[in-house]
Write a protein of this length. Structure first.
Length: 359
């Protein structure tokens, strides 16, 4: 029974570890679902601040409150509390920032970078970046790296283009460089995002992943193309085209983010269910093994007792047979001594003749 118990404990410990890791990843996905609206709200806040609106957008207020609630519940497990506290403090200071457009832009860029770092913290603390399942790995790479970078870079591209459109000659050279960097970053983010989503769709057993991703990815890419046309890098930006493109892109990006998070959550739920079934099977096999071992032990013990009884009976019979062997007197016969027998002086001699002879 000891080897059986040892094997069971090893399987159970491995299964428990996998279940704990999966549960942590599920918590990470829940947190990521709250961060996506936060990044979009930060982009909106940046655009409004550059247009002279100092008040915090309602979308940003709601997004911060939602992340705060999740961090209070999951922050200790995900190790995000410290980083979120710093980001939240920086977000609270944004409405009070004044000065030139470049100063306001740089302040929002700093906050945006902190938000991207929070994505990385979740990605590493939950070990989503080390997941062995191919489709989950590509999806987490899209959600934690490509999507937030794409949102951030598109926002910076659009706002840099708008700043360039209203800049004087002295400012235009620096803004051209800033816009060029943003355009390049957008192209890189979108290319990586597309490749990762296509890889996830090609290497998955999910029946819904491919179909859901393709349509939403197409809408997202059309929004990116429209934003690039509005930025018109190397020429004069088209502000009206940028505004329309940002609205279209925001809708497409929200839909794509929702679908991607849902698909990854479904894959993790399926893994959790499979591990739960394995645990039940392990307990069932242990129970069957113990019962079989007990039955085998009882049967072996009973068999040993029967064999022992048969051996004892055989020894008793052997002792009785030795006492009635050849040369032994019949049962019930009197055993006489050597002086009890009379000498034989002739088979037909009478008692008188024997008496005369003696005389």
């Amino acid at each position: 029974m000891l080897p059986t118990a040892a094997l069971f404990l090893r399987v159970l410990n491995e299964n428990t570890t996998l279940r704990d890791e999966t549960e942590l990843k599920q918590k990470g996905v829940e947190y990521l679902a709250a961060l996506a609206p936060l990044v979009s709200a930060l982009a909106e806040s940046q655009s409004q601040a550059l247009q002279g609106v100092s008040a915090e957008p309602a979308s940003l207020t709601a997004a911060v409150a939602r992340v705060q609630g999740l961090d209070e519940r999951l922050g200790e497990d995900l190790d995000t509390t410290s980083r979120w506290s710093g980001l939240k403090e920086k977000i609270g200071r944004l409405p009070g920032i004044s000065g030139s457009s470049q100063t306001i832009y740089d302040s929002h860029v700093e906050v945006g970078e902190l938000a991207l770092e929070l994505y990385g913290e979740i990605r590493e603390s939950t070990k989503l970046n080390m997941d062995p399942q191919s489709d989950i790995w590509f999806l987490q790479e899209t959600i934690t790296v490509n999507m937030p970078e794409a949102v951030t870079n598109v926002s910076r591209m659009s706002d840099s283009a708008n700043m360039l459109a209203g800049a004087n000659q002295r400012q235009r050279a620096a803004l051209q460089v800033q816009l060029g960097v943003a355009v390049s970053n957008v192209e890189d983010s979108v290319a990586e995002l597309t490749d990762n989503l296509q890889a996830a769709a090609e290497d998955t057993e999910s029946s819904t992943l491919a179909g859901n991703l393709v349509s939403n990815l197409d809408s997202f890419r059309r929004g990116i193309e429209a934003a690039n046309r509005g930025a018109n890098f190397g020429g004069n930006p088209d502000v009206s085209t940028l505004v329309t493109a940002q609205s279209t892109l925001s809708t497409a990006l929200n839909a794509l983010t929702t679908v991607t998070l849902k698909e990854m959550s479904t894959l993790l739920d399926e893994r959790s269910d499979e591990l739960r079934v394995r645990q039940i099977e392990a307990w069932a096999l242990l129970g069957v093994s113990v019962v079989l071992l007990l039955v085998a032990a009882f049967w072996t013990r009973s068999r040993a007792v029967k064999v022992s009884d048969s051996a004892d009976a055989g020894r008793d019979v052997s002792v009785r047979d030795d006492s009635t062997g050849p040369g032994s007197p019949p049962a019930g016969a009197h055993s006489a001594g050597p002086y009890d027998s009379a000498p034989n002086y002739g088979g037909s001699a009478t008692g008188r003749e024997r008496s005369s002879a003696l005389r």
